[in-house]
Design a protein around this ligand. Structure first.
Ligand SMILES: C[S@@+](CC[C@H](N)C(=O)[O-])C[C@H]1O[C@@H](n2cnc3c(N)ncnc32)[C@H](O)[C@@H]1O
Length: 293
């Protein structure tokens, strides 16, 4: 790779600048097992304000800290989303859920991002819609602090608490789109996750109980009461858990359907609250509607 200039050095540290070469950093990162070592080297060079800071960042990466925790942001749906330490890093596959939601929701929709983590999902959807009433909620204070930095500048609100208990009561029966990337890893599979996740993301962000579906069950049970007639619930799951998640959502009284994207390895179960009257959140012409059973 070419050597990105380290262009934010003060004069006292200029002599060190010559020692900081992107290729050296990439070599170090590659030796530590980073697959995208050149890209990561460039991002670290860009994020550091001082050679000492750069050395510390490289060292953190070599020790396995997620890159996003080191630089403080993640690229999600083409936007830089703040990701604080110990907060779940939004995954590329989850962009699929947001794009599905964007096809369903109308501008001005009431959107809830449950189990919001960094708040990236709701923030990205808000950007795609141009305007919506956004509420995000999480049980973890670190996630809530982080979500505030992504959601509040977009005019949204962030609440702290256990699932629906966090939401303002005025939203009962009024939510048009509910996003939920809740924890869905079965407890005994957590040990097989990459160290970046299992060591640096909170257990509560990953652990979905014995079959991975414990939090999803609670989300599905509560969703119908909060959704407006015609409102939609979108739940990320895995390919192997998809039918179980679909059954859970159908069992909670919603019409359920699985959509997936092989390239992103993304699976989402859509639930539609038939409620009374016509669907307000699904566009009748949407291809999604035809898949609903
Ligand atoms: C898999 S992470 C997903 C975060 C975010 N939705 C994303 O995709 O980037 C799950 C999140 O659910 C939160 N969580 C777990 N149990 C919860 C509960 N009972 N109530 C609210 N949030 C919960 C965790 O704190 C974590 O931030």
């Amino acid at each position: 790779m070419s050597h990105p200039p380290f262009n934010r050095l003060d004069s006292s540290s200029a002599s060190m600048a010559t020692m900081i070469r992107g290729s050296d950093i990439a070599t170090t990162l590659r030796a530590a097992g980073c697959v995208f070592a050149e890209d990561e080297a460039r991002l670290l060079l860009d994020a550091a304000n001082h050679p000492d800071e750069l050395n510390r960042m490289v060292d953190q990466r070599v020790r396995g800290l997620p890159l996003e925790h080191i630089v403080g942001w993640a690229d999600f749906c083409g936007k830089r989303m703040v990701v604080g330490p110990s907060v779940f890093v939004p995954r590329r596959r989850t962009e699929f859920l947001v794009r599905q939601a964007a096809m369903i929701a109308r501008p001005g929709a009431v959107v809830v991002d449950l189990c919001c983590g960094s708040g990236a999902l709701g923030a990205a959807l808000s950007d795609l819609l141009g305007c919506c009433e956004l509420h995000a909620a999480d049980i973890d204070p670190a996630a809530v602090r982080c979500a505030r930095r992504n959601v509040e500048p977009r005019g949204g609100n962030v609440h702290q608490g256990d699932l629906f208990a966090a939401l303002p009561h005025e939203l009962l029966g009024k939510v048009n789109v509910m996003l939920a990337n809740a924890p869905y890893v079965p407890t005994e599979s957590i040990g097989m996750m990459p160290p970046e996740a299992r060591l640096h993301e909170p257990l509560a962000a990953l652990d979905g109980g014995a079959d991975g579906l414990a939090v999803q069950r609670r989300v599905a049970e509560g969703a119908a009461a909060w959704l407006a007639p015609g409102g939609s619930l979108l739940v990320e799951t895995s390919e192997t858990q998809a039918s179980a998640t679909e059954r859970i959502i159908a069992g909670a009284g919603l019409r359920a359907s699985v959509v997936s994207d092989k390239e992103l390895d993304a699976t989402v179960v859509l639930g539609w609250n038939r409620g009374a009257g016509e669907p307000s959140a699904f566009r009748p012409e949407s291809h999604l509607l035809s898949g609903l059973s």
